[in-house]
Design a protein around this ligand. Structure first.
Ligand code: FEO
Ligand code: CA
Ligand code: CA
Length: 687
């Protein structure tokens, strides 16, 4: 028996960014229905923003993919109502940039993963598949916390594929499990009275999975290698180390951890990055929603609310009750570093990268070998940041080298971005009309917030100690007048050019009464479709404190005059809405996945050329099933891998009555899953 959903909006009151109310409720704690937490009075006329070595740059498919005319559709085909075949929307594919020569998929609402003609797909791994020794096969009616702790987690998001030397054809897949949707997971779920077992299953379904995957010589499919010694689950109860300048601070001490250096678990891991030293980074994003009874001013800046949480975890562990354990919430909202090659390692939370709703974290090395990490704070009117390490990466795989590299993100300077437009403010009229100089562009500054050294940390923000800067980073950004952005999501440096791309997903409140006005980097009132910012900065030894920026894409329907595709003819591009995760392919094309398409199509994955005569030519590569979001894109030379997150997350859906048939057919419980796509003829993607 299920009770009627409480509080939640009706479907005609859906998320301003196009998500279902169910997604808002479980993913971000209804962030968009709450007041904007940034009420600071920063000067927006000058504007703000920011973005690092590719998360994927160390990654190369080890698998040998050979030609085979494999059957086109993978699981999910059972439902496939509409055409697998796509409709061309652009010029002949052969003329597109290298890597983008495919027939684009037309916008659609097919309840399947729709891919271009000539491509094939398989489901790599689903929620609940056993990955550790002794874990049982998934059974929706017999879920347990013990089972889930050995199975692939829920709602896969960021993906990394790392090489596995000595094991040909195999790679290590690391996946984030951002959040749980209990209504879709548990038959008969009672949101007012979750059981202890359900809560513990949810803890075990959060976190990360590491699972070795194997390529198939006959085609491009990937399959998991169960019980491989590197397979691992990290959950909401796994032991973590807090490292860096705020570790051991009074702000991080709790009754269970008087040292302020040890914390259990990671939550709401959204996007992330792969480091050049072979670890993965994971952003803790909407952590606030798991903590009850937050009321302090600093809590409000992070969106904590008074009262109980949606999931009621505070009933089963008092650390989720801010009134009882005030500092536990200060131990979430960090960038996590995970070592996939050492299954006994303790993952770390890096306080030097600041505490906010980290979408992700991506790394690039300076010319003298120091990591620069870009990280966005995904909230309307929040900021983007970069961290520049004081230490150089060492090459090698010895234990000492590895330990050194795992300390790279503990010492260095954290900066926040401030952007200034170069066109007169009056020319930015809120409609998206280009200013007279033909571009939304300008210059930017990286404003230092605090520097962590081996001997301690120094604040660069008046009125805040260094520890306060690292724990209440949003307040530090407010004080220095950082630029309020339209929800900074994933950031990715182009490994070929060094230019850095920042996805700004949307901001329904931009320019509305009581909120920050439009500016040249955030030029549309009530921005529904988002934009992609391109930064140019130097990578020489000197820490770059300035950059140039321009809007690379202003997303939406190309027929809408308020859109821009780097100047490419708009009658030759695919429509795109709500850019979220970004990645580069081996050719230097940017791939963008979307969250919350506002144009009537399901979410999808798009590739766009960033240079040459085809710069700005954007083409849709796939769409995902009903209710789903496309996450974690990885584009290797012969394989595209995506996480299909929250399939069937549609208002009114339940575990017993799913509203999507993906991936296992009508009436079957929806299981978020990772999907691989390849060319049927065995050749490279988009060539
Ligand atoms: Fe978890 Fe910013 O999307
Ligand atoms: Ca301009
Ligand atoms: Ca995201």
């Amino acid at each position: 028996m299920r009770i009627q959903l409480p509080i939640i909006r009706t479907s005609n009151e859906s998320h301003p960014g196009g998500r279902s109310a169910l997604t808002c409720r479980f993913r971000c704690g209804d962030a968009c229905f709450h007041e904007v937490p940034n009420t600071s009075g920063n000067d927006y006329v000058g504007d703000v923003i920011a973005g690092a070595l590719s998360r994927r740059s160390v990654v190369r498919a080890a698998a040998v993919v050979t030609a085979a005319a494999a059957a086109g559709t993978a699981a999910g085909a059972a439902v496939a109502p509409k055409a697998q075949a796509a409709t061309a929307v652009g010029k002949p594919a052969a003329r597109a940039a290298r890597g983008l020569r495919f027939t684009p998929v037309a916008p659609n609402t097919a309840d399947q993963v729709t891919i271009p003609e000539g491509y094939a797909q398989n489901i790599v791994i689903r929620w609940g598949e056993p990955i550790l020794r002794g874990a049982p096969a998934f059974d929706a009616t017999k879920q347990s916390a013990a089972a889930q702790a050995g199975q692939f987690g829920y709602n896969c998001d960021f993906l990394s594929l790392l090489p596995l030397p000595g094991e040909p054809g195999r790679q290590v897949l690391v996946a984030n499990h951002e959040y749980t949707d209990e209504i879709l997971m548990f038959p008969g779920y009672d949101a007012e009275n979750p059981t202890e077992e359900q809560v513990e299953i949810a803890w075990a379904a959060h976190g990360l999975s590491a699972v070795v995957v194997e390529g198939n010589r006959a085609d491009g499919r990937l399959v998991p290698v169960t019980r491989h010694p590197l397979n691992r689950r990290v959950t909401a109860t796994t032991a973590f180390r807090l490292t860096g300048p705020a570790a051991g601070s009074d702000l991080l001490k709790t009754s269970a951890d008087p040292t302020g250096t040890r914390v259990l678990g990671t939550l709401n891991n959204c996007s992330g990055g792969t480091t050049p030293w072979g670890t993965t980074l994971h952003g803790e994003e909407n952590f606030n929603q798991y903590f009850a009874n937050g009321a302090r001013a600093t809590d409000k800046r992070y969106g904590l609310v008074a009262g109980p949480t949606e999931r009621k975890w505070e009933r089963f562990d008092k650390r989720f009750d801010v009134a009882q354990e005030p500092n536990e919430v200060h131990r979430f909202g960090y960038v996590v570093e995970f070592d996939p090659y050492d299954p006994t390692s303790t993952p770390r939370k890096h306080t030097a990268l600041g505490r906010f709703k980290h979408e992700g974290a991506t790394v690039r090395l300076t010319d003298d070998g120091r990591p620069v990490v870009y990280t966005g704070d995904d909230e309307r009117f929040d900021y983007f940041y970069k961290f520049v390490s004081a230490k150089r990466m060492k090459k090698g795989t010895s234990r000492a080298v590895r330990e050194h590299n795992l300390s790279l993100l503990d010492e260095g300077t954290l900066y926040v971005a401030k952007l200034t437009g170069d066109s007169p403010a009056l020319e930015i009229d809120g409609t998206g009309k280009l200013p007279a100089d033909g571009e939304f562009d300008g210059s930017g500054q990286w404003i230092p917030l605090a520097t962590a050294t081996a001997d301690g940390a120094v604040s660069h923000v008046d009125g805040m100690t260094a520890e306060e800067v690292f724990v209440f980073t949003r307040l530090a950004g407010d004080k220095v007048g950082a630029t309020k952005m339209d929800r900074p999501e994933d950031i990715e440096p182009n490994p070929h050019t060094g230019k850095v791309y920042v996805a700004l997903t949307n901001n329904s409140r931009r320019g509305t009464t009581g909120n920050a006005p439009v500016d040249e980097a955030n030029p549309r009132i009530g921005n529904k479709h988002g934009q992609v910012l391109e930064l140019t900065e130097r990578w020489n030894r000197a820490e770059s404190r300035t950059f140039a920026w321009k809007l690379f894409l202003v997303a939406g329907d190309p027929n809408d005059p308020a859109t821009y595709f780097a100047g490419f003819p708009k009658d030759q591009v695919s429509p795109i809405s709500c850019p979220d995760n970004v990645a580069f392919d081996p050719h230097g094309n940017l791939w963008i996945s979307t969250d919350g398409n506002q144009l009537g199509s399901h979410d999808g994955l798009f590739g766009v050329a960033t240079r040459g005569s085809r710069r700005g030519e954007l083409k849709q590569f796939l769409t995902v099933p009903a209710g789903a979001e496309t996450c974690g894109p990885l584009v290797q030379s012969r394989r595209v891998v995506v996480a299909v997150q929250h399939p069937g997350e549609i208002d009114g859906a339940t575990a017993e009555k799913p509203l999507s048939a993906w991936p296992d057919g009508p009436g079957k419980i929806n299981r978020p899953a990772v999907v691989a796509v390849w060319r049927q003829d065995g050749s490279d993607i988009g060539m």
